[in-house]
Design a protein around this ligand. Structure first.
Ligand code: 8YV
Length: 328
């Protein structure tokens, strides 16, 4: 029987699905460090991960490994050139999380704009003594301009929701999306600089890469309107968190909503110290339905990649499909 590692706690019934096909080593505890990961992968044919860093050193310690299935759409935790060099297939879980993640992007953006966390903290602290005309004044969503940086599947799902809010939608992306999609979404392409200058609410939903490191830093924050909000549901490292904390402290922008952080689960102390930021622990895809769909899709990818039978060659979401043509 082939052996696999499930590197994280996931839904037990998904582990049971895998146990029907494989001998499963399940880490149902805290994330494994690189040494322990390498040790546990030494005799494995496949692995299911969720954000665990896998690079050349771990792959070198796992001579039998043929596939690593990430329970995430983002795969910046994988060193793909190292996977290619080692002939190991990488897979991810796109699409099943688009709508939940877009819902959450809106929730964060609206919570930041309308000061929901800040006012709730104040209420819970017993500070509410009566209605005030100027209590927790925020910025409007309806009729404002939404600026989306990263117009992939989740970016498009965000844009579709803007219609009901009567918003102008502008976007920036590595490359312009097809005219037909722009027309359907009513979305207008702008340079990053123009988007930052014009948007009332900027939402980041682009994949992390070296080129996207600090896409938003001090210079970009300085371009934004003082009434604008910034929401990051993409990846830590896309925003310079120290620069953002300063901009929020000095009210150079109105507010921010952050689900991802540089060095998470650590959070920059400057962000913890300012009231005008809504902070959530990387949960944009975390609805029961979606997280189950992601876990099952990661398992489907793993089973298909390791199958000798009819599933072989029908891996749903290969990231580096060229590896499927080779053998290890
Ligand atoms: C994952 C995410 O839950 O899919 C992604 O890229 O950021 C989340 O949906 C998280 O990355 C755990 O792997």
């Amino acid at each position: 029987m082939q052996k696999i590692l499930v590197a994280r706690p996931i839904f037990p019934d998904v582990v049971d699905r895998l146990r029907a096909h494989f001998e499963v080593d399940w880490n149902n505890g805290p994330p494994l460090g690189p040494d322990e990961l390498a040790r546990r992968l030494a005799d494995k044919d496949g692995a299911l991960t969720a954000g665990d860093p896998i690079g050349a050193a771990v792959l070198a310690a796992a001579p039998r490994l043929r596939v690593v299935a990430n329970m995430a759409v983002g795969y910046n935790n994988f060193d793909i050139p190292a996977f290619n060099a080692a002939n190991v297939l990488a897979t991810n879980t796109p699409d099943v999380l688009n709508e939940s993640t877009a819902d959450f992007g809106w929730a964060l953006m609206m919570a930041a704009a309308r000061r929901i966390s800040e006012s709730e903290r104040w209420l819970r602290a017993g500070e509410w003594k009566g209605w005030r005309h100027d209590g927790f004044l925020g910025v409007d969503i309806y009729g404002s301009t939404l600026g989306i940086i990263g117009m992939g599947r989740i970016g498009q799902a965000l844009a579709r929701r803007a219609r009901g809010f009567g918003m102008r939608v502008v976007y920036h992306n590595r490359s312009r999306v097809a005219h037909q999609i722009e027309a359907e979404l009513g979305a207008e392409y702008l340079s990053k600089q123009m988007l930052l200058q014009q948007a009332d609410h900027v939402v980041l939903v682009l994949p992390y890469s070296r080129e996207n490191h600090h896409t938003i830093g001090a210079a970009e924050l300085a371009l934004m309107k003082p009434t604008a909000t910034l929401t990051n549901i993409a990846r830590g490292g896309i925003v310079d968190d120290a620069a953002l904390a300063e901009a929020l402290r000095d009210k150079r922008i109105a507010a921010a909503g952050l689900d991802v952080f540089e060095g998470e689960p650590g959070v920059h102390p400057g962000l913890l110290a300012v009231p005008n930021v809504v902070l959530t622990p990387h949960i944009a895809s975390a609805s029961e339905t979606t997280r189950r769909a992601m876990a099952n899709l990661a398992a489907d990818n793993l089973m298909a990649a390791l199958s000798e039978g009819p599933l072989a060659g029908r891996v749903p979401n290969p990231i580096n499909p060229q590896v499927l043509e080779r053998t290890r």
